[in-house]
Design a protein around this ligand. Sequence first.
Ligand code: AMP
Ligand code: TRP
Length: 328
Amino acid sequence: MSRVFAGARPTGKLHIGNYLGAIQNFVALQQEHQCVYCIVDIHALTTLDETSMLQDNIRDMLLDWLAAGLDPQKSILFVQSHVPQVMELHTLLSMVTPLSWLLRVPSFKEKARMQPQNVNYGLVGYPVLMTSDIVLYKGELVPVGEDQIPHLELAREIVRRFNSIFGPVFPEPKPQLSEAPMVLGIDGQQKMSKSLNNHIEIAATPVETKKRAMMMVTDPQRIYRHQPGRPEVCNVYRMHQFFSPNDVQRVYHECTHATIGCVQDKEFLGEQINKYFAPFRQRRQEISTQPHYAADVLADGARRASVIAQETLREVKEKMGLLTRNTR
Ligand code: AMP
Ligand code: TRP
């Protein structure tokens, strides 16, 4: 039984990319592992210049997690800043992390390009904070989407360096990818992401979901209704593989024989997504009407996470020579 750790930034409601790329695995891993899942509010601050939405976003994310099947009896669900030891560990790990490693990270370069007016110190240290998240809980398996792989490679390098200088303390964390590690957005070209506004929220209403599905780009070469389509390049077809497993062969046949048009195909996908998430949406609605439930889950999660965090931090400080004999 390995310890599982994963974090997600509270950017609002989950979308299909988050769900297929990560959350589905969060849920599945609970059966066989001890799982720690963290809403990383401090990471969110690296890109926010306006923080008034943060608390609502944290609540939305937790409701999505619970409705998707994360079980607070089994797993530890908490908010990053509620267990402040992670910031101490971040400072300590920053001493063994060469700046050159951080400046090479693709997400840093991309964010620096996207927000040139706010290339803050926290943005450079983002992967060190992410490493601190994982290793504070001695996480071994990390369910993430493909975009997080460079961060995890760096986390492993930091761990190796720390262990070689101070002795073995941390396991090397390994990524756990899902069968959909990079879901494309409704534009059919870029990674589905809230910031690109090419996403479909899993808690959206059936009407919104259908509207977004109808906006999806299909095979760009299929212009006329009588022309056969190419499912292998079509993002709608890719989605059918997850949401319409029983109909996917029929869809393939009808598309390649031009007996179904893209409009009809997208209508069907919208219905299938709605069907798939109907129980999720029902549960989310129920949980959201229980007044203290979300706050209680997070308070209990922080309590349980703190116990592990304090123990690890003490071990780290001892290894790094920060504790005298008397304080040991
Ligand atoms: P984020 O909302 O960017 O913090 O992502 C939360 C988790 O969802 C991370 O593990 C991401 O790798 C994953 N994720 C986000 N977008 C996608 C996507 N389009 N396809 C697959 N996984 C994704
Ligand atoms: N960087 C991750 C993302 O953008 C979020 C994250 C923070 C994370 N700490 C983590 C993911 C630890 C896995 C493990 O999605």
